[in-house]
Write a new protein. Sequence first.
Lengths: 152, 215
Amino acid sequence: MSDSWYGNLRAGVFSTHQLYRKRQQAGRVRLWGKSGVRNTSPKTMLGSASTGSARRASFTALAAFAAIGSVGPPLDDAAVAAASLGAPSSEVAGDYSVSWADIEGEEFSPAVRAALQAWPDRSRERRDLAELAFSMFEFDDSPTPVTTDDGG
Amino acid sequence: MADEGYYLAPDSEKVRQGDIVALAPMVWPIRPPPWGVLNSGQEKNERRKAQHGRPSTWPRKRLQGADDVDIVVTARLRWAMLLTRGCDVDKGRRQRQLAPIRPLSTISSEDDQLAVVEGRAVGLHYIPPVPQGLGSLFGHAYVDFRGVTTLHADLFDELERPLSVTRGALQEVYLAWVTHATGRRLSIAASCPHCGKPVPLLVEARDQVRPDEDY
């Protein structure tokens, strides 16, 4: 598997194909991109494996997710237009180009790299502390309502 | 720098706290005004005529909190860690609380990066890179308790769940979550309210929990 964030998204797209196939029946996927807001169907994003276009479609989906994949309730065009007015576009334009490979080593300052080197020791100390702390709590398994009147 | 003792493959049968999922929709903090999607009718083909708008245009029952309203929110698909305990999952509860996992590099200031790695940033909990043996799924990152999103179990179950964390790592996460929620940091010693001297409370507890071998 790729060591890049981009690659991870790609892997995720393949693995969550089923999710979007399901949503294809239930609703639509809303996308924010540099050109604005678009309301598209999951089928458009992923294509159909049965027609042999899965590879191209996955690439399309990758680009879409990279722009920003936003899964919301079923929306009509008017609602999407409304969303565009309130959408924090500068944020959703995103950091999709962030690569994990890029952040290894040279992206971090010497001080941060030193802290990362020292982290395992600190982690062990915190685990010991957590172990002790939680051993002093009594486990409470009292029931929580499974359903509530308002459907929560 | 990957810690082999931090991550493990998830239980394929059971969902457990600490499980990490791919591409979970994590909601950004909702900005004002929240835009509602108001259906004009119950019929399926009437959905295209849906109204939308600011709260001032919503029907009274929705404004009063008596009815649900579909609010347009912004989300990003991210790696995320399950915080909901496994016993709640086993008992059929449908809420799945997830904390987003974000790259450490998205923190722009060196001081802030240091604070996260050194455990001084309440709310942001550093987690190490995933080792190659488990797929190198992501690098230096942090769990962001500020952005916890609740998903329904039906959606959660559709997500890929390629990774989990060890018990020790999970306890670290939970301790960090408690710190985030309370703003109180756990210390190995507490100050005596009368004389001000440190009282080694957890040292005493440790001796009880893990007595010396010749105890």
